[in-house]
Design a protein around this ligand. Structure first.
Ligand code: RIB
Ligand code: CA
Length: 311
């Protein structure tokens, strides 16, 4: 069966990097381009990291388009404290052989949406600035896309504030534009991604698969284990990797149609994805919220993919 095209918009930090590794061995989607945005670290680093990890994955044929260096309106907010200064927990991969393409990310998003009219899935695992810029510049973009799958938000909770998740908090205005653009939007928020965790022992099991990609995945994720211990979580959440797997095959996930809008003004709640999932006050159902997964099926899929690097 022919795979459908996927564009990955990322702010390559540690979990984006593992998500990129996963894109090589998906069942239903093929990565045809990557666009980068400032988020975890500065866009120069997220772009370099994306080029490097694509080479590590043997996917140097996938073009990379550099995008926004800052959010639409608010001050930049990064996650150096989680991902390290270079974004890969200061793991140094070989200098990339390539440069990013000349075209800007938001123009590339539109170009691929036109080329693959009605077939393109955009998986966005960083702040949504590039998508918002593309939507602003190209009014017909929503009708061209098959769907937008994001890692971001949370029906309940937050990881930057008690109300907001990082990708949304970093650019709430952009996020609300995406949720209201009219294309089918699927939100893989903390509700599901915090359930998609690996313990330290399971990370070592991945590394024991033996390939350099498997060892890198363990090394790069292990670095943030300490950070997750503050959440009293049994391991490290695979936020971006599980979002890519969801986009490829949602059969082992729970997905609910709901209303989702983003608070852009609140003092305590800025960046919150407000949803009617747990309310008797209904909103317009403009999105799909992923709320749970079969963790064993997820774990099995991760090992299937990472084992392929050793074949
Ligand atoms: O909140 C987790 C998200 O923020 C992930 O995408 C991580 O890479 C950071 O971008
Ligand atoms: Ca990310």
């Amino acid at each position: 069966m022919n795979k459908l095209p996927m564009l990955l918009d990322c702010d390559t930090g540690v979990d984006d990097a593992v998500a990129i590794l996963f894109t090589k061995y998906l069942n239903n989607l093929e990565l045809i381009a990557a666009t980068t945005v400032a988020g975890n670290v500065e866009v120069e680093h997220t772009t370099r990291n994306t080029l490097q990890v694509l080479e590590l994955a043997g996917m140097e044929h996938v073009p990379v388009y550099m995008g926004a260096s800052k959010p639409l309106m608010c001050e930049p907010y990064n996650a150096h404290h989680v991902h390290g200064k270079n974004g890969l927990n200061d793991i140094e991969l070989p200098k990339p052989k390539r440069e990013p393409e000349a075209m800007k990310a938001w123009d590339a998003i539109y170009a691929y949406a036109k080329r693959y009219k009605g077939e393109l899935t955009i998986v966005a695992v960083g702040p949504l600035t590039n998508l918002a810029l593309a939507l602003t510049k190209y009014k017909e973009l929503p009708e061209l896309l098959k769907r937008i799958v994001i890692m971001g938000g949370a029906a309940v909770g937050g990881n930057v504030t008690p109300a907001a998740e990082f990708n949304i908090y970093a650019d709430p205005e952009a996020a609300d534009m995406v949720f209201t653009c009219g294309a089918p939007v699927y939100m893989c928020g903390l509700d599901v991604t915090m359930r998609a965790y690996f313990t330290a022992e399971e990370l070592d099991e991945i590394a024991s698969l033996g390939s350099k990609q498997a060892v890198f995945a363990r090394d790069v994720m292990q670095g943030i284990l300490q950070f997750y211990r503050t959440y009293k979580l049994g391991g490290v959440a695979f936020h971006d990797p599980v979002t890519v797997l969801y986009a490829d095959d949602d059969s082992y996930f729970q997905t609910d149609h709901a209303g989702v809008r983003v608070e852009t003004k609140g003092t305590l709640t800025r960046g919150k994805t407000v949803t009617d999932l747990y309310s008797d006050k209904q909103m317009e159902h403009n999105a799909y919220v992923v709320t749970n997964l079969d963790r064993e099926a997820f774990k099995k899929r991760v090992f299937e993919i990472m084992a392929k690097y050793g074949e």
